[in-house]
Design a protein around this ligand. Structure first.
Ligand SMILES: NC(=O)C1=CN([C@@H]2O[C@H](COP(=O)(O)OP(=O)(O)OC[C@H]3O[C@@H](n4cnc5c(N)ncnc54)[C@H](OP(=O)(O)O)[C@@H]3O)[C@@H](O)[C@H]2O)C=CC1
Ligand SMILES: Nc1nc(=O)c2c([nH]1)NC[C@@H]1CN(c3ccc(C(=O)N[C@@H](CCC(=O)O)C(=O)O)cc3)C=[N+]21
Length: 385
């Protein structure tokens, strides 16, 4: 706990910093207050500096920094016009948004609901997973989904087809699962072999069993005001669930989604917009991704490029959800590789206020949301409240 003495009158101040990692130059800043923070029960005191950069009526940036016995130091980076970015090199690292622990909480809630449903109507949800081909990563994901189903009491049905299977064979399995009342959710693991038409296959999944949320009707409804999709894709839903559970305010905030794929980037941007954020999308043709990303209070990165988002792309205090799962060679790891995100974690965690790790961030939430969608589907099918 800390007390802040009341602000003194505005004083004009010239800030001149230099730093090796940021372009440094001078900039006009207004000192709004300078006060001492006295920690209760302790003898330490800190100087608190609140300043604003830009015109007083139209500040480009304002924040509180602690100087002297520093919690963090501030560096001012600017281009020579008046657009100024301030980089706070915080000694206090970003809070870790723990997707693994949150996913466990979600699974526990789902397990309790399933047990209530089973006791009341004797029915448990069922999830069918179709895997085509022998990609190792896909096989691992499917195995993990099956384990997660078991852990909460969802029945899982698995179909493994060889790479050489035909589109018609896949469509036949989908049709059978569509008609099977024990199956409440159908997931076709992506990517499919190139000889198959992904669109035909995803369109064939009944929209009431589309727990992946990939059916165009579900995505279309997500994009329309006043319409409700039956299911929202699991990864974007997991990102928003993390923001909610960590009390990150979304309404009125500036959000940047990096990536615009059908399964992550686009639905993530639509969801943020539904939550009243002001959303920009950055993609491979975006001219100034760094500058746009630096405006964001919330960043969702879903690109598939290891460590692409550097510390200098991030506004101090931003919240970062890193969806990227990228294997990079690592001789010290038993698997010969380790997973990293799209965001350079070491740099970002010095600037952001909160960040998801990879692994242990969005990945486990994706699976938890799949279970949640499957439960919701079974409840809807049996009108169980
Ligand atoms: N944690 C989880 O649960 C999940 C993680 N993932 C991971 O998320 C990442 C993204 O997956 P996914 O959306 O399927 O990938 P895609 O390859 O389908 O899409 C990547 C997106 O990133 C954009 N992009 C590519 N290069 C750049 C660049 N240099 N600058 C800006 N944007 C760029 C592309 O732009 P354009 O549209 O112009 O081509 C595209 O929109 C991957 O690492 C994947 O493994 C995916 C699903 C679930
Ligand atoms: N129809 C379909 N639906 C999907 O949702 C889907 C898909 N196809 N194809 C592939 C992507 C990818 N995806 C992940 C899910 C969980 C983790 C996950 O749990 N990752 C762990 C690490 C796992 C490890 O160590 O290998 C983590 O991030 O902590 C990752 C990635 C779902 N996808």
């Amino acid at each position: 706990m800390a007390t802040l003495s009341s602000p003194s009158s505005s004083i004009s101040m010239k800030m001149h910093f230099s730093s090796s990692s940021y372009i440094a130059c001078s900039s006009q800043a207004s000192l709004i207050s300078f006060s001492k923070i006295q920690l209760f029960g302790g003898s330490s005191s800190f100087n608190c500096l609140k300043y604003q950069v830009g015109h007083p009526q139209n500040p480009i940036f304002s924040r509180i920094g602690y100087v002297g016995n520093a919690f963090f130091t501030t560096k001012v980076a600017a281009n020579l016009s008046s657009s100024v970015a301030v980089q706070a090199a915080m000694d206090v690292p970003a809070k870790i948004i723990d997707g693994k622990a949150t996913a466990k909480d979600v699974r526990d809630e789902i397990a309790a609901e399933i047990s209530r449903m089973k006791d009341a109507i004797g029915i448990v949800p069922g999830l069918a997973v179709i895997l085509v081909g022998d990609r190792k990563d896909s096989a691992t994901y499917v195995r993990n989904k099956k384990k997660a189903c078991e852990s909460v009491g969802i029945d899982s049905y698995e179909v493994n087809l060889p790479e050489s299977a035909t589109e018609e064979e896949v469509l036949k399995f989908i049709s059978d699962f569509n008609d099977d009342p024990a199956v409440h959710g159908i997931l076709v693991q992506l990517p499919l072999p190139c000889h198959m038409n992904e669109q035909n296959i995803l369109n064939a999944v009944s929209i009431d069993k589309d727990v992946d949320g990939f059916h165009p009707l579900n995505i279309g409804r997500l994009a329309m005001r006043g319409r409700e999709p039956l299911f929202v894709s699991c990864t974007p839903k997991g990102c928003i669930e993390l923001l909610h559970r960590y009390n990150v305010e979304i309404k009125g905030k500036r959000a940047v989604v990096i990536g615009r794929s059908n399964i992550v980037g686009t639905p993530a941007a639509l969801l943020l917009q539904r939550e009243d954020a002001t959303v920009s999308t950055v993609h491979s043709r975006t001219k100034n991704p760094e500058e746009i990303t630096r405006q964001a209070d919330i960043i969702i990165a879903a690109v598939g490029k290891p460590n692409m988002v550097r510390g200098s792309w991030i506004k101090p205090g931003a919240v970062i959800i890193d969806v990227g799962i990228n294997p990079v060679e690592d001789a010290d790891s038993p698997r010969g590789y380790r997973l990293v995100g799209d965001v350079c974690f070491d740099e970002a965690s010095k600037v952001a206020s909160a960040i998801t790790p990879v692994p242990g961030g969005v990945g486990p939430m994706t699976i938890a949301m799949l279970l949640s969608n499957t439960l919701a589907s079974a409840k809807r099918a049996h009108n169980f409240k």
